[in-house]
Every structure is written in C-alpha cells, then in structure tokens.
Design a protein around this ligand. Structure first.
Ligand code: AMP
Length: 262
C-alpha cells in the first residue's frame, strides 16, 4: 500500500483514524513532541518501531508547561520541515492541535504529580511538571496508545510520567529512549538554536564534566567533594549551575557519601 502521512488537528478526526488502525489489529505508539524536530526526536520513531505497526507523533507547544518568564513566544517552530522529517521516517499520523482544541476557554482541570516534581528542575520551574502532566494525560486519553515514548534527556519528566500512568491506572506502556548527542557530547535540543557557536562549545563541557565526575564516583570517590569540584569546573567553563546532585535512578532520592558498589 502507498505510504501517506495523515495530518490531523481535531480530536474527533484523530479518534476515527486511530479506530481504523485498531480495526486492522495494529498496535499504536505515540511520540509526544513540541516540534522543531531534530535527530533526537526522530530517534524516538526508530526506537518505537519494533513495538508498534502504527506510529503517531504529536506536535503541540504546550503553554501550560511554560513559566511566565519563559520562552513560550519565542519557542522555535518549523511545522513544514517537521512534517517532511516525519514523512521521511514513514510516521503514520501527526496530530497538530491548536491551543483552543486542547484547552477550550472553559478548561478547568489540572493533573499534578506530587513528590518528585518540586525538586531538581521542578524547584526552579514551579508548575512546569503540572503543565507536562496535564498535557500528557490529555494526549494519552486522546490516543489511548499501546506505547508512548519519552527521551531520557528529560529524565525527571520521564519519571513523572511513569508515576502518573501508574497512579491513574493508564494502560499505555511508557518507554524511555536514550539521549542523542552531537559529536561534542551536547544533547540535541530544540532550544540549542538559542546558543551561539561559542556557547555550544562551552555547553559541551557539561557532558565531559558529568562523565569525569561519574567515573570518579564509580571508582569510590566521595560524593560531596567530587560534586564541589565539578561545580567549580563548570563555573570556570562559564556555567552558572543550579544543581549538581547524585540521585537514585528509580526513586530520584538524594544519595550522599559514596556510591554503593554493585
Ligand atoms: P520536546 O519536543 O522537547 O518536548 O521533546 C519531545 C520528546 O523528545 C521528549 O520525550 C524528549 O525527551 C525527547 N528528546 C528531545 N531531545 C532528545 C534527545 N537529544 N535525545 C533523545 N530524546 C530527546
């Protein structure tokens, strides 16, 4: 059958398209994005392909997850390039709702995950994870996908979504996909467009410092002085670190002293 990317922006049409795929016994995978797609996003398509016969992406710049002083108005958008990239990857459907379609003027519900959301990035971005949890809950209710994939680049976000899916008994299986980096180790991100070439070079120091720090800790180094050195290195490289901590991979609980040897 000829390939064609289906583009929909209304929830009722989306439901009809997905129903047709389900009738053909196809498993459905959802890749939620805010657009300005790069190889990091596109790697998620490759990642879910073995799981599902029908791959769908959403492109929606979710105003609810941006703080008042954040970059909602400047957030990069490139819908026609995004559509071309999704076609090249043979994605079956892309959902591009308007803000009004997602949040009518009388929208009154908020999904808020407790605990881990007020720490790490949540500490400096109040309400950010409520906005993420609300939009992801809506997307999961709209698509009812068998799988939804999220990047480990936004590790705290991935853990928040795993928590909400577990707490609300949502049937979708959440998959975490590895980080795609450029040759210098900088994780690909739509917001990297804001960086000059010099700033991109400086930004690559982050990954190098994290790797050196992790190696030192895995060899039995003490956590607190090692992190203090790493923060110093990052400051020297031109960063203003908000936090640098060792956390448990599952619970995100703070770890101090030394890493437990396996
Ligand atoms: P965003 O458009 O920034 O909301 O990202 C959409 C999805 O792509 C999220 O699950 C991100 O974690 C994931 N993602 C973004 N950049 C990368 C990357 N460099 N490697 C892997 N996944 C990524």
């Amino acid at each position: 059958m000829d390939y064609r990317l289906t583009i929909v922006s209304k929830v009722n049409v989306l439901r009809e398209e997905l129903e047709a795929a389900r009738k053909l016994q196809k498993k459905i995978a959802l890749i939620p994005t805010m657009g300005a797609l790069h190889q990091g996003h596109l790697s998620l398509v490759d990642f879910v392909r073995p799981y599902a016969e029908f791959t769908a992406a959403s492109i929606f710049v979710n105003p609810k997850q941006f703080g008042e002083s954040e970059d909602l108005d400047e957030y990069p958008q490139s819908l026609s390039e995004d559509i071309r990239a999704l076609e090249e990857k043979k994605v079956d459907l892309v959902f591009t709702p308007t803000v009004d379609e997602m949040y009518g003027s009388d929208f009154s519900t908020e999904v808020s995950v407790g605990g881990i959301t007020n720490q790490l990035c949540g500490a400096s971005r109040p309400n950010h994870f409520d906005g993420v949890a609300t939009v992801v809950t809506k997307l999961l209710a709209q698509f009812c996908p068998d799988y939804a994939v999220f990047g480990e680049k936004d590790y705290q976000q991935l853990m928040v979504i795993r928590r909400l899916v577990k707490d609300l008994n949502i049937k979708t299986e959440i998959l975490g996909a590895p980080i795609v980096r450029n040759g210098d180790g900088l994780a690909l991100s739509s917001r990297n467009q804001y960086l000059s070439d010099t700033q991109k070079k400086i930004a690559s120091a982050l990954y190098k410092t994290l790797q050196t720090t992790a190696k030192h800790l895995l060899r039995g180094g003490d956590i607190e002085p090692t992190l203090a050195d790493a923060i110093e290195n990052l400051r020297d490289a031109g960063f203003e670190p908000e936090y640098l901590e060792v956390r448990d991979e599952q619970s995100l609980a703070l770890t101090s002293g030394k890493l437990e040897s396996e």
